[in-house]
Design a protein around this ligand. Sequence first.
Ligand SMILES: [Zn+2]
Length: 103
Amino acid sequence: MRLCFECVECGGHYLPPEGMVYPDGPASPVWCSPCQTSKRTAGLQEDPLLARVALAAARAALARRTAEAVEPVAAGRGDVRPSRPPLSRRARSGPGGVRGKLG
Ligand SMILES: [Zn+2]
């Protein structure tokens, strides 16, 4: 099972390879591959503490997902509320209408 990480840079979720290694180098647990590439290009390294925390969080999330997958998913809980037609606003649409008949 691959770990799912949330990129701290763009907030996107990404799945690095199982071995946490890309063909061109180690995968980061804090940045997705495009962000990692741009960070590396900028000469920045990931925070090792942040990387540890992210790795632990991803492992916990994976364990949780695995546990949830065992339970039957309550899917297809159809929301069968009758749909009400939109309120027609006829008050203003009558020809002539009730135009302030004073006196
Ligand atoms: Zn990213």
